[in-house]
Design a protein around this ligand. Structure first.
Ligand code: ZN
Ligand code: CU
Length: 484
């Protein structure tokens, strides 16, 4: 007798990612696809499923889509993708904040913040296609969704980043971007707050965003300002989206600095107003500390600064900047100069603002984890279980169906991903099983490299990639492109 199902997940509560309430049902998978959902207990076929898994007491949901990552290199270097897989993530969107590992055709080490991903040894993919071929040759456990970074383009074609690109340089950037879209990239990311792109005028971004719009892609942005001028920065994002005609995502939506606490009332209102006439979405990570390279102007806005990596003094990773300043007996400026290049965590946000952004309908979840930091921000390992444990179960800021919708169905729609983000017959079999009563993050600022609790099994494209608290070693990940 022919085996009708390869995997049968029995007796769980299915939350399908659409926002609909959970239902008790079985889920059947054949090959890499979901083939049936419902009460399959009367069906003889279950007797011949090769792999039957009891999900009693568990939630069965679509694998989570981490919409904001810097996992471009991790996919190749550590394809088990343990920081993400252990959270139930089955797809990562890479190349955010204007920084993509590929394409980059510069001859030298890339400038900060591109060095978050490594040195020139890693930035070895002159063409987007070189990177997608590398991913195809050595697949990871998770799927990958690719964005082309504006700063990577600038650093490829410009000798001086402290100015606007010339028409000739824009022409070259457009050629690289076009090639990336040909290779299945879903859009462009910008990081206008960073030194690699701060001098880029809005018009430069609009020209690139037009190319993306003409191919149905989107623009994600780490905006020019997340502090006093955050409303102006949102206006700029809206202008780019409207003039280019492309869907837009504001990355790690927040306001920084004590004098700005409470301003998410205004920033969310502005976004909601724009949503009436354009496609604009936001993502967030569930912490009140940010993390990036060590930058002087970010320090002024922070209650506390912790070093996450440091090239000249690696032993300073994990220590507070104020302690280093005291120990060295130098000014803060001097200490930053000595420590650089380095990375840091900045405690600079308000919990109420965070909860307001989380309560906002359709806010997506993106970890913004920095996988190559020595003492990384705990968001790298904790983001998704923290939403489910702390913000759903403990604080009730959103309910479980909404939370899962924001981690699955919403990002699949926003990024236009083919056959992902919901559980239904015909969809790809990306699945997570977790215990809603125990799921929680365990990674902390002091001890950030810790897998979460309560994620019992994770499947990508029909193959288990995580079970019994560890990676299975299967590497079924694929590049996910936009639905035709
Ligand atoms: Zn960013
Ligand atoms: Cu980022």
């Amino acid at each position: 007798m022919e085996t009708p199902f390869d995997v049968l997940i029995k007796g769980g509560t299915i939350i399908d990612g659409s926002g609909a309430p959970g239902v008790r049902a079985d889920l059947a998978i054949r090959g890499d696809e979901i083939v049936a959902i419902g009460d399959l207990s009367g069906d003889l076929s279950q007797l011949t499923a090769t792999d039957t898994v009891d999900a009693t007491g568990q939630i069965v949901a679509p694998g989570f889509i981490d919409v904001h990552t810097h996992d471009d290199r991790l996919l190749l270097e550590c394809p088990e993708m343990t920081p993400k897989v252990s959270q139930g993530v089955t797809s990562v969107v890479v190349g955010n904040c204007g920084v993509s590992l590929a394409p980059y055709s510069g001859k030298n080490d890339p400038p900060p913040p591109m060095n978050l991903l490594g040195t020139k040894d890693w930035f070895r993919f002159d063409r987007a296609r070189d990177y997608t071929e590398a991913l195809g040759a050595t697949p990871a456990a998770t799927n990958a969704v690719l964005l082309c970074g504006h700063s990577s383009l600038r650093a490829s074609v410009m000798d001086d980043l402290d100015r606007a690109a010339t028409p000739g340089e824009i022409h070259k950037m457009i050629a690289m971007l076009d090639e990336a879209l040909d290779a299945g990239y879903v859009g462009l990311s910008t990081g206008l707050a960073y030194p690699t792109a701060f001098a880029a005028p809005t018009e430069e971004v609009i020209e690139l965003a037009r190319v993306v719009a003409s191919r149905g892609g989107l623009h994600t942005t780490h905006m020019r300002d997340e502090e006093d001028l955050v409303l102006d920065a949102i206006d700029e994002t809206i202008r780019i989206g409207c003039e280019a005609g492309c869907a837009s995502v504001i990355s790690h939506f927040k306001v920084c600095g004590e004098q700005n606490y409470g301003r998410t009332h205004d920033t969310l209102a502005k976004v909601q107003e724009a949503q009436a006439h354009m496609r604009l979405d936001v993502d967030v990570y569930p912490y009140t500390a940010s993390s990036t390279i060590l930058l002087k102007n970010s320090i002024d806005r922070s209650e506390r600064v912790m070093i996450t990596w440091c090239t000249p003094y690696p032993e300073m990773a994990g220590r507070d900047l104020s302690d280093i300043v005291a120990e060295w007996g130098v000014s803060e400026n001097e200490a930053v100069d000595r420590l650089s290049p380095a990375g840091a965590v900045y405690f600079q946000m308000d919990e109420q603002d965070l909860q307001r952004v989380l309560a906002n309908p359709n806010t997506m979840i993106g970890s913004d984890g920095l996988p190559h930091d020595q003492i990384p921000h705990p968001r790298l390992w904790g983001t998704f279980p923290r939403i489910l444990g702390r913000y759903v179960r403990e604080l009730g800021v959103l309910n479980l169906e909404q939370a899962i919708h924001r981690m699955t169905g919403v990002p699949a729609r926003v990024f236009g991903l083919d056959k992902r983000g919901t559980l239904a017959p015909g969809m790809m079999a990306d699945v997570v099983m977790f215990d809603p009563d125990t799921v929680i993050d365990t990674a902390t600022f002091d001890d950030p490299i810790q897998p979460a609790t309560g994620i019992s099994r994770v499947m990508t494209n029909g193959r288990w990639i995580w079970q019994d608290g560890q990676a299975t070693g299967a590497m079924p990940g694929r590049q996910v492109v936009r639905a035709a």
